[in-house]
Design a protein around this ligand. Structure first.
Ligand code: UDP
Length: 241
């Protein structure tokens, strides 16, 4: 599959055209940003690790009946995907309080939510991805009511599948962000699923194994991504002790 023109360059990925107009190639970079790109850095081998971790999750979800743009990995850092018309909504699913929800509610991080909480943010960097309520969603008209219902159903399904699966790896799925797009009249999952877009905590120690290590200068950033990849690849979890 030949790489053609660069279609889009984001903070962590580049998207290229390929010979087939219905497909794209995603190249995963090592660059990392946080706080609406105020903090910038590099995480060694992040691109390769996020490509492998995302491929793993997309393949698992496909087996469980959740369609995504993922077709196959092309190389260490490259993934072949279906071309989507991206919906400008970031869907965040939360199982445990952390990050911006801890700030918004004044609750400590780590409180287990009675049920998964779903939030929608407007995917617009110039606005700092603001939180949207149902009325905002309606007037913005970024997706139809039927599409939003599908997005919510799929987001809950992704949460159930990943949360269960990660439990077998001794990992807590704290929260994560999804993006969806339109493809041949259907809504399917796009973007990536990686420690850049999810919070993963070791279930025993509650150690953070995700981008919060970069955001909060906790050190051992690349090591945390590697730990996630290794736990996914190993049949068993690799918990200490
Ligand atoms: N997230 C993301 N991209 C964003 C914002 C959030 O992937 O632009 C992910 C983030 O990694 C976390 C979840 O969505 O897993 C919830 O993030 P939160 O709202 O707590 O924001 P943060 O504290 O990361 O600013």
């Amino acid at each position: 599959m030949e790489k053609r023109a660069l279609l889009y360059e984001g903070k962590a990925k580049m998207v290229y055209q390929v010979d087939d107009p219905d497909l794209c190639l995603i190249y995963f970079k090592d660059s990392a940003t946080a706080f609406n790109a105020l903090k910038k850095g590099e995480i060694a081998e992040k691109g390769a690790m996020n490509n492998a971790i995302s491929a793993h999750f997309f393949a698992l979800l496909a087996k469980e009946g959740v369609e995504s743009h993922f077709i196959r990995s092309l190389s260490q850092r490259e993934m072949l995907v279906r071309r989507l018309e991206i919906i400008k909504i970031e869907v965040v699913v939360r199982n445990i309080v952390a990050g911006s929800l801890a700030k918004r509610l004044g609750w400590p991080e780590g409180v287990v939510l009675a049920e998964p909480v779903i939030e929608h943010y407007y995917k617009d960097d110039s606005l700092g991805d603001p939180l949207l309520n149902d009325d905002h969603l309606r007037v913005l008209n970024l997706a139809t009511a039927a599409e939003l219902a599908t997005i919510t159903r799929l987001s809950k399904q992704v949460n159930a599948v990943l949360k269960h699966y990660l439990e077998t790896k001794n990992i807590l799925l704290v929260d994560f962000k999804l993006e969806f797009g339109r493809c041949l009249g259907k809504i399917i999952l796009g973007d990536e699923i990686s420690p850049d877009t999810c919070r993963f905590w070791d279930a025993t120690t509650k150690e953070k194994l995700d981008k919060d290590r970069f955001r909060r200068d906790l050190g051992q950033v690349a090591e945390a991504y590697r730990e996630i990849l290794e736990r996914l690849q190993g049949g068993q979890n690799s918990v200490q002790g």
